[in-house]
Design a protein around this ligand. Structure first.
Ligand code: RB5
Length: 156
């Protein structure tokens, strides 16, 4: 099974979320936001509030694994800058992790890149902006067409 062949589970989309110690508070905020939306289930893969310093690649791996196994259809990763999480996640074939700082990139990450993982930096993106980015990222469809060819080329 390839990631691009994964379809939403009926009317429900499962979103796997994970963070390092820098992203716990923003993760909690975004999980609440997700749970307010009908048709979305959240698979929270840690790390929790009381955690000491942890290694972001381990948490990126958890979300990528959930996409590969089909447990989740999309993912969200949060660390301090978003850099480590996006670098780690994009090592996995089929993962298109988009580090977004503004609504334009969040929108285009879906329309053109079919991003299946949203990455945020809790130390660089405020809570209000992060909430808006998440709404855009969830709402925007992939445009397909010439963008599908380019997405396919990334995994070729
Ligand atoms: C942790 O201090 C920090 O390095 C991490 O959250 C992230 O920003 C790494 O890219």
């Amino acid at each position: 099974m390839t990631l691009s062949s994964l379809k939403d589970k009926g009317d429900t989309m499962v979103i796997a979320v994970a963070n390092d110690h820098g992203g716990t508070l923003l993760k909690q905020q975004l999980v609440e936001q997700l749970l307010d939306r009908p048709g979305i289930e959240v698979l929270d893969l840690g790390v929790g509030e009381e955690s000491p310093s942890v290694d972001y690649p381990e948490y990126a791996k958890r979300v990528c694994t959930a996409l590969f196994t089909g447990e989740a259809q999309r993912g969200i990763l949060i660390c301090g800058t978003g850099l480590g999480m996006s670098m780690a996640a994009n090592r996995y074939p089929g993962i298109r992790a988009a580090l977004c700082h503004d609504e334009y990139t969040a929108r285009l990450s879906r329309q053109h890149n079919d991003a299946n993982v949203l990455v945020l930096g809790s130390r660089v993106t405020g809570s209000g902006v992060a909430a808006a980015l998440l709404e855009v990222w969830l709402a925007e469809p992939f445009e397909g067409g010439r963008h599908q060819r380019r997405v396919d080329l990334m995994d070729a």
